[in-house]
Design a protein around this ligand. Sequence first.
Ligand SMILES: C[S@@+](CC[C@H](N)C(=O)[O-])C[C@H]1O[C@@H](n2cnc3c(N)ncnc32)[C@H](O)[C@@H]1O
Length: 296
Amino acid sequence: MHQISLWQDLERNDTERVINVASVPLRSPFRYPGGKTWLVPYIRQWLYSKPTSPELMLEPFAGGGIVSLTAIAERLVKHAIVVELDEQVAAVWHTIINDSGGGEWLAEKIINFELSANSVREALDHDTSSTREIAFKTILKNRVNRGGILAPGAGLVKHGENGKGLSSRWYPGTLRKRIIEITRMRDRITFIEGDGLEILKRYQGDPNAVYFIDPPYTVSGKRAGARLYTYPNIDHEGLFNIAENLKGDCLITYDDTEEVKELALKHGFCAKTVAMKNTHHAKMKELLISKDFMWL
Ligand SMILES: C[S@@+](CC[C@H](N)C(=O)[O-])C[C@H]1O[C@@H](n2cnc3c(N)ncnc32)[C@H](O)[C@@H]1O
């Protein structure tokens, strides 16, 4: 049985209250557009409701990977498989998880980088085919681009936090700590660069798996995901076709639109809105989709 939750930040049925993300340990080296740090208390509640820790969590749209990282760090699941299609993001996960010594290399590279307008420009213009170097460029870009956006066309931070400009999100010591923490858990995480839908299909018959599915939000064609990600387009109907046949339990997140609710209902899911704050601190609703919400 799971231990009783030590976290008091989510009351049962309290889906109206915005989660205070300051109460959630930040474990990802990314600040990810559409990141799910705010969802962590729900993830804990979902996984604590299981009689035993699931053998496997599959996260087919990893991005910054905060959900799998939390589930592994807090031993809410035994193993996690995370999948990402974007080669820039994948380079980071390959380096930290699949490359022995890669995480340590990346952490040192970050610590030794002297950030200035010139050094940023030079580093980002540097053409390289080395996965480690691409990983470094990705982390740098993620930290100096407005909103952490890695997709083409994203601009640099202008004023940043407290007018600190480019350096406002560059915390080398914190990044090193997070990266090293992940390297310590790497035997419990598998990273796959590829199409999340394919991998989901591959593992669909596993009754001991749980699936956390957070796709780009592009159902109506013009929603948020379209400008945030290099790969914003997925087959949403195809995703629901696979999801309804998963043997294990799944939790899907989407933006709160009528099209998504219809899609969910059509495929036999329930949908529930939860409160969150977007990057501009505006209170919004997002949609949680699952077979049932007995745990919430
Ligand atoms: C909403 S974001 C995930 C955010 C993540 N949950 C977090 O907390 O950081 C969706 C991610 O799916 C990725 N993606 C898009 N199409 C994909 C595909 N076919 N397979 C795997 N990943 C994909 C995007 O690059 C993006 O990183």
